[in-house]
Design a protein around this ligand. Structure first.
Ligand code: NDP
Length: 449
């Protein structure tokens, strides 16, 4: 954190996830600041780390027992220099202002890398949809949107899903927006196919992360064919990361949820993955149930007290964390190194701690940072917005081609930006520098606003 100007730390000393994200960016953009003195004289770091707007609101709703529940809602509109705010909503008990600010901050640079015109924002609530009935989730979403609807709009701020916000929640949120505002617009992405959604949007983050991984491997004369991969999570991103790895000839050995993980040494093939989708998306149950059907697989409970996650301590070629922030720490990184992993690519946002990233870099483990690797989701959200504006729906093949082109372009942009500053193969520096420069130059063009 020493690299963050003192006034930024002093303003929010307790926002550790946000300060972690800022610190990681500042470490890599220092050469850009040195080369462009006007960035410092125009207080760009102070400006870019302060949200344009942060809204915190009460979300009162009634549970199935008739008890009143109160949650806290957030929307952080971080930066609109290159387009309307865009970024998902997270419903999870761990949500705080720090978490939403870190996600919104990352989103600014991620969106900049997609080549589309989108600013950055993020939102959510400390509401846990797990174990709630559909009726409770609907009442919560309606209460949440009652306030959020004042702040968003198709040309202002366009939310989407994230942890705990999938197709069901997007439906309830969109329905309430439409009722309150009396307009049918592309105000939220990830919509159902027959009411303005885009083909490939559910798959986009996972598919995109694997396209990015394939580009990283190709740069080194390799491919995913036959590679053993460790994956965490079993939600939207993990499921479609697994699916695309299988399409490209790789093997998936693990998947997890917040209670534990499954290890299937025979590999999780397409049929087993379909079963997992059924367990997680339809029955909304726990990953441990996988072993009831596939008894040769091993389920391991992971205690939050443990200072490493045994999931990352298996022999594998690649690791793709797809669950949540800070899920790979220094010890996990040492385990990956010891077990011969040559690549770590992030489907989740900030899943690797700075110490873990140092270990990857010091030991030549290829490292794809989330803001580049998982940008496919927001990129296809951008394409959903375009289709909504044109009142058209593109084919699956068309959207997938756009996604592949965008991921390839992000990969090239990272390589080129890193190279420009003499930091060959440093994807973290490349992503941060390229994402940062575009936004900062737009901010300077637009004056002090
Ligand atoms: P989902 O809610 O669909 O799935 C999240 C998965 O991660 C679940 O398996 C969940 O387990 C697990 N998980 C959540 N919190 C924790 C935790 N604290 N510890 C361990 N496991 C946890 O979310 P997504 O798949 O959409 O999101 C996953 C990650 O990808 C997040 O970091 C998100 O920000 C990022 N991302 C998502 C995008 C999208 O388009 N959806 C776009 C870009 C990034 P459990 O069921 O037990 O909670």
């Amino acid at each position: 954190m020493e690299n963050i100007p003192a006034n930024i730390v002093q303003r929010d000393p307790d926002q550790k996830e946000f300060l972690q994200a800022v610190s990681e960016l500042l470490e890599t953009v220092k050469p850009v600041l040195d080369r462009n003195p006007e960035y410092r004289s125009q207080a760009i770091i102070e400006r870019i780390t302060e949200p344009e707007r942060a809204i915190i609101f009460r979300v009162p709703w009634m549970d199935d027992q008739g008890r009143v529940q109160v949650n806290r809602g957030f929307r952080v509109e971080m930066n609109s220099a290159i387009g309307p705010y865009k970024g998902g909503l997270r419903f999870h008990p761990s949500v705080t202002l720090s978490i939403i600010k870190f996600l919104a901050f990352e989103q600014v640079f991620k969106n900049s890398l997609t080549t589309l015109q989108m600013g950055g924002g993020k939102g959510g609530a400390d509401f846990d949809p797990k174990g709630r009935s559909d009726a409770e989730v609907m009442r919560f979403c309606q209460a949440f949107m009652t306030e959020l609807s004042r702040h968003i709009g198709p040309n202002t701020d366009v939310p989407a899903g994230d942890i705990g916000v999938g197709a069901r929640e997007i439906g309830y949120l969109f329905g309430m927006y439409k009722k309150i505002r009396n307009e049918f617009t592309g105000v939220i992405t990830g919509k159902g196919l027959n009411w303005g959604g885009s083909l490939i949007r559910p798959q986009a983050t996972g598919y995109g992360a694997v396209y990015f991984t394939a580009e990283m491997l190709a740069e080194n004369g390799e491919s995913l064919e036959g590679k053993n991969c460790l994956l965490s999570g079993s939600g939207n991103v993990a499921q479609y990361t697994a699916e695309k790895i299988l399409h490209l000839g790789g093997r998936v050995l693990t998947l997890s949820d917040s209670s534990g993980y499954i290890y299937d040494e025979e590999g999780i093939d397409a049929e087993k993955l379909r079963h997992i989708m059924q367990l997680k998306n339809v029955r909304r149950t726990r990953i441990r149930e996988y072993c009831e059907k596939y008894s040769h697989a091993v389920y391991t409970e992971v205690s939050p007290e443990l200072d490493y996650n045994p999931l990352w301590n298996h022999k594998a070629d690649c690791a793709m964390p797809c669950a949540t922030q800070n899920e790979i720490n220094e010890q996990d990184a040492q385990h990956l190194l010891k077990n011969g992993a040559g690549l770590v690519c992030e489907g989740a946002n900030m899943p690797c701690t700075p110490d873990a990233v140092d270990i990857f870099r010091e030991n030549n483990i290829l490292y794809g940072p989330g803001k580049a690797a998982n940008a496919g989701g927001v990129a296809v959200s951008g394409l959903e917005m375009s289709q909504n504006s044109m009142r058209l729906a593109w084919s699956e093949d068309e959207v997938d081609k756009h996604l592949r082109r965008i991921m390839k372009s992000i990969h090239t942009t990272c390589i080129d930006a890193a190279q420009e500053y003499g930091l060959q193969k440093n994807y973290l520096a490349g992503a941060n520098i390229a994402g940062f420069v575009k936004v900062v130059n737009a901010m300077l063009d637009q004056g002090l606003v």
